[in-house]
Design a protein around this ligand. Structure first.
Ligand SMILES: [Mn+2]
Length: 370
């Protein structure tokens, strides 16, 4: 190694700025916490009230809601506070624990140290140079009260949207998607398209809100048309899919890309078509990701695992293109079961997928302002 370079390196490394922020601040205990010892996502600034959202581009929000808990492989209950059973086979619980654990695993990407440095985008690209990001903590609600949770979640999402920011949400089970889209739809103008990554159609119909009928609610009460909706990764032999659900998708005009379609066409082409579908006559695209669409070997933290899913890399590529090429209305990831993870594998991947959406938004903004 050149002696001059070596000397420069040694001197640079001794400066606090080498890590992006003064080291004494970065290493202090006074780092952002949303509750207890739980850091904010990526240790971004915590928003305590609506005025803290001013000027933000992206705002994280947790909705730690889970209903329909399973008590054993053969029985389940609605709105029970039961804790997840690590031995559960059919019914795995604990999606309400995901917001806390995603935030904890996000510390390894903390913006406090390197500002969200992304050398794969450009040698000098940092998230914090392009986006103002905040964490608006978790929605609070009366335990097991789905209506109270709905009202609280819709209100918090509306505050984020009215501040001009994009809500990036930690579920919860898939019921939370209705509240996020409703909050966006109620506080903005224009139509919204939806990209839905899932192994399940989730096309149930029912008066009581749950994690399988959220899209019927969305299509019925939000500014979203079935023709602007694309489902990606539908597969499997699970109990939640049926030929009749496929028929409903076809009749309403929802576009379905099964796992077989993705394998045949490639993710790039599926995303290209999904952008066409979801942006036709709309202003923005909402993305919802049920993690059971991903191969469970690389994402064990799942409530409804099924082998041979999409690879985490395919999902990453899809999120990357969607967030870079379209104006995102919002994003949520749901049905994560931290109790079933292995050495943080799934939670780490979840963090990176949120990171990917932020990166896409930052690249898009940098392009616009250049
Ligand atoms: Mn699913």
């Amino acid at each position: 190694m050149d002696e001059g370079v070596k000397k420069h390196w040694r001197e640079e490394a001794s400066r606090p700025e080498f890590y992006g922020e003064p080291a004494d601040r970065a290493l202090t205990m006074m780092r952002p916490r949303v509750y207890g010892d739980t850091p904010s996502f990526l240790e971004v600034a915590v928003a305590w009230e609506p005025k803290d959202l001013e000027g933000a581009d992206a705002v994280f929000l947790g909705i730690p809601w889970e209903a329909d808990k399973f008590l054993s492989p053969s029985s389940w209950t609605s709105f029970s506070p039961a804790e997840p059973d690590p031995r559960a086979i059919v019914g795995r619980g604990g999606a309400h624990q995901a917001p806390e654990w995603i935030r904890k695993w996000s510390m390894q990407h903390s913006l406090q140290l390197a500002g969200g440095y992304c050398p794969e985008v450009a040698p000098d690209f940092r998230l914090s140079d392009h986006l103002k990001i905040a964490d608006y903590r978790d929605v609070e609600f009366r335990a097991s009260d789905v209506e109270d949770m709905s009202h609280q979640a819709i209100a918090r999402v509306s505050e984020i949207v009215r501040a001009g920011a994009v809500p990036l949400v930690f579920g919860g089970d898939h019921a939370i998607t209705y509240r996020v889209v409703k909050g966006i739809s109620d506080s903005t103008e224009g139509k919204i398209g939806i990209v839905h990554f899932d192994s399940h159609y989730d096309l149930e119909w029912g008066a009581r809100l749950n994690a399988g009928n959220q899209f019927a609610r969305i299509l019925d009460t939000c500014r979203v048309e079935p023709e602007n909706m694309a489902m990606i990764g539908i597969r499997g032999t699970g109990i939640f899919n049926s030929p009749r659900m496929h028929e409903i998708a076809r009749k309403t005009g929802i576009s379905v890309f099964t796992l077989g379609d993705v394998e045949k066409l490639g993710m790039e082409e599926v995303i290209r078509r999904s952008i066409e579908i979801t942006m036709r006559g709309t202003d923005r695209v909402y993305i919802t990701l049920d993690v059971d669409v991903i191969e469970p070997a690389s994402f064990p933290a799942q409530k409804y695992p099924d082998p041979f899913g999409l690879t985490a890399r395919q999902v990453r590529d899809g999120l990357r293109t969607l967030s870079t090429e379209t104006p995102i209305a919002g994003f949520d990831m749901c049905c994560i079961g931290p109790a079933y993870d292995h050495m943080g594998l799934g939670l780490m991947t979840a963090c990176r997928l949120y990171h990917e959406v932020l990166k896409g938004m930052a690249v898009r903004k940098a392009r616009r302002t250049r």
